[in-house]
Design a protein around this ligand. Structure first.
Ligand code: CP
Length: 318
């Protein structure tokens, strides 16, 4: 594997999950792969899980790891080409990328949607510039429109906890006070559409996701109907995708919060969320603290999804 930006890069998904579960049994079995190799993790945005889990994954594989927080201590970066740089941005990404690549063998990128221009966000300008100009293997640690390490960890978690061969998995929108990207639901939908699950998406009218990710998933505006008989409930907020509301909040309807009453509609279903989560908006304390909440093991599996991806990248570098 040279690049990891979406489910397609994993090839056979069942085999990828099997490999991940094998890695989980012995995280240090491939320590030789990363000897004298350096992982550079570049963060344009905040992170807790991705930072810790990906760094741990690199260390499990014997790598040296460098974390660069672009907004703290580095020069402020210009990302647009053709601009006169007379503002507060001292360095252009087009020099910064090849400089960064002098000091590493593999690069992970975290960058969020700007919501300023839907086309730019969905063209994934930043990660694609790293792919084009670094000359190194590059993987997404969440970019403008996708979070494939999260979705891979989510699928691993579903595989570990499922009680039936083909579980019903529901992705439900839930209210939030800030406009959030569509990256997590996009990638979750992308993975679930490839997995052996009965996949349903539910959200209020106006929160339709990009067709490229929804594909043939069942979509309903009736959350209760979607939750009926669900084995897994994946709650997430996202801002509107469709024009003219791209990146905007168009509803904060509290009746979409995941409560004990909502979970009672499910098949004793598990609750999932990528974290960080706003309690009282997305989910109630009772649900997230309850016995069917998978948020902590789900976060733990971020180490495994990252390690599987970096292992494959290192194998191709040998
Ligand atoms: N789920 C996730 O990516 O968390 P962080 O933003 O804390 O990395």
């Amino acid at each position: 594997m040279r690049y990891y930006t979406g489910v397609k890069d994993l090839g056979n998904l069942q085999e990828a999950v099997k490999e991940a579960l094998e890695i989980k049994k012995n995280r240090f079995a491939y320590k030789h792969l990363g000897e004298n190799k350096t992982l550079l993790m570049v963060f344009f945005n905040n992170s807790l899980r991705t930072r810790l889990s990906t760094q741990k994954a690199g260390m499990n594989l014997g790598m040296n790891t460098i974390v660069l927080d672009v907004n703290q201590g580095a020069w402020k970066l210009e990302t647009e080409r053709g601009v006169i740089m007379d503002g507060d941005k001292s360095e252009h990404l087009l020099e910064a990328i090849p400089v960064m690549s002098q000091f590493c063998d593999v690069i992970g990128i975290r960058s969020f949607a700007t919501f300023e221009n839907k086309q730019n966000d969905y063209e994934e300008t930043i990660v694609n510039q790293f792919i084009k100009y670094s000359g190194k293997p590059v993987f997404s640690m969440e970019t403008a429109t996708c979070h494939p390490l999260q979705a891979f960890a989510d699928l691993i978690t579903i595989e570990e906890y499922k009680k039936v061969k083909r579980p019903k998995v529901v992705l439900t929108w839930a209210p939030h006070c800030r406009a959030l990207p569509q990256a997590v639901p996009n990638s979750f939908a992308d993975f679930m559409n490839e997995a052996d699950v009965d996949f349903v998406i539910t959200h209020p009218e106006g929160y339709e996701l990009c067709e490229k990710f929804v594909r043939n998933a069942k979509v309903t505006y009736n959350q209760d109907e979607a939750l009926a008989g669900a084995d897994f409930v994946y709650a997430k907020n996202w801002s509107a995708y469709r024009d003219p509301n791209y990146g905007k909040i168009i509803s904060k309807d509290p009746s979409w919060t995941i409560t004990t009453e909502k979970m009672a509609l499910t098949n004793n279903g598990y609750f999932m969320h990528c974290l960080p989560v706003r309690r009282g908006l997305i989910v109630t304390d009772d649900v997230i603290e309850g016995p069917n909440s998978l948020v902590i093991p789900e976060a733990g599996n971020r180490e495994i999804s990252a390690q599987t991806v970096i292992k494959r990248i290192l194998e191709d570098l040998q």
